[in-house]
Design a protein around this ligand. Structure first.
Ligand SMILES: NC(=O)c1ccc[n+]([C@@H]2O[C@H](COP(=O)([O-])OP(=O)(O)OC[C@H]3O[C@@H](n4cnc5c(N)ncnc54)[C@H](O)[C@@H]3O)[C@@H](O)[C@H]2O)c1
Length: 247
């Protein structure tokens, strides 16, 4: 119960990493406001704890405001914001990327993070405390061919995280990023544009020095640590949870 009485907003909560994160936060006693595009989050009742679901498109700033307002109304405040939502880029050369796709991925992966952070900052300033965690990608640190738009969008998230960490430190707000390595969620196949079968999975594993894909729970465990007071002196940090892929 490391997060008892803390309220955490998690975006991308219907996805692989997001749902694992929600589950771990509930296990640690947090109140969780989970949000995603889809309304099919956790209707199976498998989640136990203090959970509130809000369907929202985070590329719409009005809907972001509604998410934050809902957390305040239901739980009375927000201690932590965890930005997990994102989209992939099917690998392709830069000359084959339409402007519309570039704009879309920047809006989903970067602008939505700006919206959520901008919305919670005044509240956290008033509280004199808060934690923001932004999920970027190890590809922002160690680039791979064919993913230039995705990598640009995630590189911006890392830079924005550091900028906010220094700007908000005087208000007692900690801001950190997590760079996941390849993880076998629905997103993995979207990068390759192919079904991730056993041989493709082996290929990804071989690119990871520790020899395994990242599990969503690995990301969720890092989120729990960064939300908790155990990391009270950690801000502006980028945690590579990548099995060494960035080396
Ligand atoms: N899976 C990987 O290999 C990998 C590697 C590095 C980084 N990441 C990053 O980790 C995060 C989580 O990825 P995942 O693997 O769980 O992917 P996922 O596709 O399972 O989950 C992403 C979630 O984000 C949601 N989302 C997308 N656009 C949205 C919008 N406009 N508004 C609200 N929600 C929206 C989707 O509906 C989905 O549920 C992403 O930011 C991703 O870029 C993933």
């Amino acid at each position: 119960m490391r997060l008892k009485e803390k309220t955490v907003v998690v975006t991308g909560a219907a996805g692989g990493m997001g749902s694992a994160t929600v589950r771990r936060l509930l296990e640690e006693g947090a109140n969780v406001l989970a949000t995603d595009l889809h309304d099919n989050m956790y209707k199976d009742g498998a989640m136990e704890g203090s959970l509130h679901l809000v369907e929202a498109d985070l590329t719409d700033e009005n809907q972001v405001k509604e998410v934050v307002d809902a957390a305040i109304e239901v739980f009375g405040g927000i201690d932590c914001l965890v930005n997990v939502a994102g989209m992939a880029q099917p690998a392709r050369p830069v000359e084959d990327i339409p402007t519309s796709f570039w704009e879309k991925i920047m809006t989903v992966n970067t602008t939505s993070v700006f919206y959520t952070c901008r919305e919670v900052a005044p509240l956290m300033k008033k509280q004199g405390s808060g934690v923001i965690i932004n999920v970027a990608s190890i590809a922002a640190e160690r680039a791979r061919p064919g993913l230039s738009a995705y990598i640009a969008s995630k590189g911006a998230v890392v830079s924005f995280t550091k900028a906010l960490a220094i700007e908000l430190a005087c208000d007692g707000i900690r801001v950190n990023a997590i760079n996941p390595g390849p993880s076998d969620t629905g997103m993995l196949g979207e990068f390759t544009g192919a079904v991730v079968d056993a041989s493709k999975r082996d290929e990804f594993k071989e690119s990871v020095p520790l020899g395994e894909l990242v599990e969503p729970i690995d990301i969720a465990n890092a989120v729990v640590f960064l939300c908790s007071d155990e990391s009270r002196m950690t801000t502006g940090a980028v945690f590579n949870i990548d099995g060494g892929r960035g080396l």
